[in-house]
Design a protein around this ligand. Structure first.
Ligand SMILES: *[C@@H]1O[C@H](CO)[C@@H](O)[C@H](O)[C@H]1NC(C)=O
Ligand SMILES: *[C@@H]1O[C@H](CO)[C@@H](O)[C@H](O)[C@H]1NC(C)=O
Ligand SMILES: *[C@@H]1O[C@H](CO)[C@@H](O)[C@H](O)[C@H]1NC(C)=O
Ligand SMILES: *[C@@H]1O[C@H](CO)[C@@H](O)[C@H](O)[C@H]1NC(C)=O
Length: 791
């Protein structure tokens, strides 16, 4: 292959290399670009075009290039196909036909197809690159690998690249990856760690092409440029809701084997729509060119998102999907797929700025139109009595219109009753001549409209950033895992639920309209078209809450979700009764993982709960600082307390840390806690104590063989656990058994064996501490889910 130092092109000097990119000082030299999956659909549609555009820009900066298309097929068969694809690249409008022909010819001469399958193939490639560098006597700038292949191949290719294709020091290595980056939190983590053993984080560029869309890329700059208008209104007092919408008209025919494993939430919400949401809500970086700050602020949003419960999502599936699944996956016609092709999800950010603002993410296949947008709808406090067509009476909104739809072009629209946005001349222009079109309830003439001066493909934009080594618009590993951390619990909770079946296109009518009420989202219309076969096999769900006896105490049993619902309702009833009676409710909560679902449920419905009059006590605590994840208080804080309006002085963590040390007998932390209980809780009688049970039969932090019966009248004690951290502080049986209500929560298949044993066991608190839970005057209720009860 031929490496040209393209002096010719320098004199032709294609304009357009923009100043920002030059700011990133890079050593000029030779760049080898390798697209693995060179003849695939993505490469054909976007990648070669994007690299051609970059090539045209960059040669003027003194770089030279070679382009390798890699694939599984041998060169003899793939080369003709390859050249046909590469030949199809096109020049920008300003380029004259003659100049374009020259550029394309040069580009083609620099391109070559190679089979890239085995380690030897990669070694050969590396040899070839080095040979060229030597022959031409030019320094190397870097090597760029674009992996346009299915994700399961990433780890293997990355390893081969690390083993054989690393450039000498001084030159960069950049490896570009396309979604999907995993299927859920764990698989994403696994993939990240596999890739991490071959590539350094700064070498990986995870693409989300949405971030290359011009309007999406403009969200942050727009927020900065219009800060003086937005600062006063970009908050819960002014924003009615935020909608982030990606509607498609196409179905997924032909892609079912892939799609059926993913569905709409994994396919576009976890990535594209989540990214847009973070751009809209993240704290503005002080320094927009600091990648670190931009990514850090993005990450910050994730830690402030409230968990998404099942009531914050609705799903749908277009009617013909089922048949396509049966055909493409060779299934019989009683096969049902529950994969959603439509979803609407309600997200809340737990920050003072956005508290209570509904953020709704919506996407679906087979809808009425193809369009993508983010709309910020503001509250309009003006209402008009007569002149309803005045813009003051109409919705106040900002629309980031990503493309397509009625408008057809990408644009940012600000309704004229808000403000006239700042226009940075050059890359964006104002549109004043309009065709007659409505955008989200307003005629276009009621908006200030800005559009990019020149339309650019998302991939071209991102490829140029890869060349510049700028990572602002790429997904960091942390960001990716944080996003999966948000979505995975929802995906799990939706796993068995039936999507609403919709006919597709205009026929959907109002079937997919939504209602947001409080913290829940639902379909606004009740009509549900479910064919008979979609109904079959649901009998398990008919099994609702059941009441019985366990160890001669009351037992409530249900599927986990209903059980948690019931427990939450019982706690609330107990709270309301206590507050009515004495103005205060004393609730003692235990640590561990079992109560987390309950905490989420309580957090999500916190307005109706009398938190103002509730005191929260700890049943037990590990002897670690409260800043550690292992701390029960830490977990209680993260999952419950920070989401509810409880006065600070009603919260009573256990004093495990005193005098800069942890649980030392002389510091008398247990006694201190006991005094606090005696001081505030009438008769030391808690209204409600929530306990779990461990596999070894421990409850609270009262473990087998730790002579719990010797604790006597003390209410609080230091105890020892057989597992780390060994030291604990715990309420004693005296404290627990005085309570008015004690709830024992047991959930999960893993506890089935334990429940079976307990059902037969005689009381023996030294061996099975939980059998020592016997309220003196109060009542004991076992909450056991069907998994634990029935196995
Ligand atoms: C790459 O391979 C080398 C050995 O060939 C290994 O030492 C290194 O850990 C691998 N990973 C990275 C990120 O360099
Ligand atoms: C902003 O960040 C860039 C990239 O990290 C850095 O080069 C520049 O000095 C920073 N500017 C300021 C004002 O801190
Ligand atoms: C379905 O069956 C046909 C014919 O038996 C076979 O050619 C095809 O590979 C099968 N497809 C899948 C996805 O199993
Ligand atoms: C404390 O409890 C006792 C009964 O246990 C009750 O008679 C008394 O009124 C309670 N005191 C307050 C202040 O609620």
């Amino acid at each position: 292959m031929f490496v040209a130092v393209l002096l010719l092109l320098v004199t032709l000097s294609v304009q357009g290399g923009n100043g920002e990119e030059k700011a990133e000082a890079q050593r000029p030299g030779h760049v080898s670009v390798v697209i693995v999956g060179a003849t695939g659909d993505l490469a054909k549609r976007y990648l070669w075009q994007g690299f051609f555009e970059q090539y045209v820009k960059q040669v003027s900066g003194g770089n030279t290039f070679s382009f390798y298309g890699g694939g599984q097929s041998p060169a003899s068969t793939a080369t003709p196909v390859f050249f046909e694809i590469v030949q199809a690249v096109s020049c920008s409008k300003e380029t004259s036909p003659d100049r374009c022909a020259v550029l394309k010819e040069q580009f083609l001469r620099l391109a070559e197809y190679r089979q890239l399958k085995t380690l030897e193939d990669y070694q050969e490639l590396a040899k070839n690159i080095e040979k060229e560098l030597q022959q031409e006597g030019i320094p190397e700038a870097g090597r760029l690998f674009y992996l346009s292949v299915p994700a399961f191949a990433y780890a293997d290719i990355a390893e081969k690249i690390n083993n054989s294709c690393r450039p000498a020091s001084g030159a960069w290595l950049r490896v570009v990856l396309e979604k999907p980056f995993g299927h859920d939190f764990r698989s994403a983590q696994l993939l990240a760690s596999q890739l991490g053993s071959s590539l350094k984080d700064e070498e990986m560029f995870r693409i989300d092409h949405y971030l290359g869309k011009q309007v999406v890329a403009k969200i942050l700059p727009f927020r900065v440029e219009n800060k003086k208008y937005l600062d006063p209104i970009w908050n819960k007092h002014h924003i009615e809701r935020v909608e982030i919408v990606l509607k498609e008209t196409l179905d997924v025919k032909g892609r079912i084997p892939f799609y059926d494993q993913y569905g709409v939430i994994r396919d576009v919400m976890q990535n594209h729509l989540t990214e847009v949401m973070t751009l809209l809500t993240m704290r503005l970086p002080v320094n927009m060119s600091s990648t670190e700050e931009v990514l850090q602020n993005k990450l910050q949003i994730f830690s402030n998102l409230l968990p998404i419960g099942k009531n914050q999502a609705v799903t749908g599936q277009y009617q013909a999907y089922k048949t396509s699944v049966q055909q493409e996956m060779n299934k019989t016609n009683d096969h049902i797929s529950l994969t959603p092709t439509f979803a609407a999800v309600l997200v809340h950010i737990d920050e003072a700025q956005y508290e209570g603002v509904p953020i709704i993410l919506i996407s679906g296949k087979m809808l009425d139109e193809r369009v993508g947008y983010a709309r910020i709808l503001f509250k309009n406090t003006v209402f008009c009595l007569q002149n309803h067509n005045s813009v003051h009476c109409k919705p106040k909104q900002i629309v980031f219109h990503f493309g397509h739809g009625q408008l057809k072009y990408p644009a940012i629209l600000v309704s004229k009753n808000l403000f006239k946005p700042v226009l940075k001349e050059g890359q964006w222009k104002e549109v004043t001549e309009h065709t007659d079109v409505d955008v989200l309830g307003l005629p276009i003439s009621d908006y200030y409209v800005q559009t990019p001066s020149e339309n650019r493909e998302a991939y071209s934009e991102l490829i140029s950033q890869i060349f510049a080594g700028r990572k602002n618009s790429f997904i960091s590993a942390e960001n990716l895992l944080a996003s999966w951390g948000l979505w995975t619990p929802l995906l799990t909770s939706l796993a068995g639920s039936f999507p609403r079946i919709y006919p597709g296109g205009a026929d959907n009518g109002d079937m997919l309209d939504l209602r947001v009420k409080g913290k829940d989202i639902s379909y606004s219309s009740e009509v549900v078209i479910i064919s008979a076969d979609q109904m079959s096999g649901t009998s398990a769900k008919d099994f609702q809450v059941m009441q019985g006896k366990f160890r001669s105490a009351v037992m409530v049993s249900a599927w986990s979700e209903e059980l948690v619902e019931r427990l939450a309702a019982d706690i609330q009833a107990s709270a309301e009764a206590a507050v009515r009676e004495g103005g205060v409710f004393h609730l003692a909560l235990s640590g561990g993982s079992s109560p987390l679902a309950l905490f989420h449920r309580l957090a999500l419905h916190h307005f109706s709960f009398p938190w103002r009059d509730t005191h929260v006590w700890m049943v037990d605590e590990r002897c670690v600082p409260p800043t550690e994840l292992e701390s029960n208080f830490h977990s209680l804080h993260d999952h419950l307390l920070q989401h509810v309006r409880i006065p600070y002085f009603n919260i009573h963590p256990m004093p495990v840390q005193l005098n800069q040390r942890l649980c030392v007998e002389e510091d008398a932390g247990a006694l201190l806690y006991e005094k606090e209980v005696r001081k505030l809780v009438n008769g030391s009688i808690f209204h409600f104590v929530l306990l779990g049970v461990g596999y070894d039969g421990h409850t609270a932090s009262l473990f087998p063989d730790s002579k719990v019966s010797e604790l006597g009248d003390r209410l609080v004690a230091l105890t020892e656990s057989p597992v780390k951290p060994h030291q604990r502080m715990s309420l004693t049986f005296s404290a627990i058994n005085q309570a008015r209500t004690v709830a024992l929560l047991v959930m999960g298949k893993g506890k089935h064996e334990l429940i079976t044993q307990l059902s037969r066991m005689k009381d023996n608190p030294d061996k099975w501490p939980v059998t020592g839970v016997k309220p003196d005057d109060g009542k004991l209720v076992w909450y056991i889910d069907y998994d634990a009860l029935l196995g």
